[in-house]
Ligand binder design. Structure first.
Ligand code: CO
Length: 147
């Protein structure tokens, strides 16, 4: 399956993230909005909403939009948190800002929750030990300068 941009269709996880964010911000998720934010056709969104409905993650009603079930909300919230956590992680280790979003979009679907938990612990560790993060960043700078 291909999206309108020619790239592979964003996965169910991406839809869940966007739907969750839309509901969080506006109280509802419209196919058109989700289609725009994922750069896919509205009919792909409709298809995915039906799939999510079948999976018990949401309720799709043709003329009334889409809502997440409790199970769907829980899962989507975890996905959104994982996305944010990975953005923070890439930011903290020094990945260039303009590359972070795209990198996270790739990474997030391949790491398991165990790895995500370890990364989140590492983030907390850096937060509690800023001097260690500082030492890493200085080291990294040196490496990049080729010293
Ligand atoms: Co994401």
């Amino acid at each position: 399956m291909k999206g309108v941009s020619g790239l592979p269709t964003p996965s169910m996880e991406d839809y869940l993230e966007k739907i969750y964010l839309a509901i969080d911000q506006k109280g509802y998720a419209r196919s058109v909005d989700i289609a725009t934010s994922l750069d896919v056709s509205p009919s792909s969104v409709t298809k995915m909403m039906q799939k999510l409905d079948e999976a018990g993650l949401g309720i799709y009603e043709k003329y009334r939009g889409f809502v997440l079930t409790e199970k769907g909300t829980k899962l989507a919230k975890r996905l959104v948190e994982r996305h944010q956590m990975l953005e923070d992680f890439l930011h903290i280790i020094g990945v260039q800002e303009e590359n972070i979003y795209e990198e996270v979009e790739k990474l997030e679907h391949y790491i398991g929750f165990e790895t995500a938990l370890c990364i989140s612990t590492l983030l907390e560790f850096f937060e509690d030990n800023p001097s260690i993060l500082d030492a890493y960043l200085k080291y990294r700078e040196k490496q990049q300068k080729g010293e």
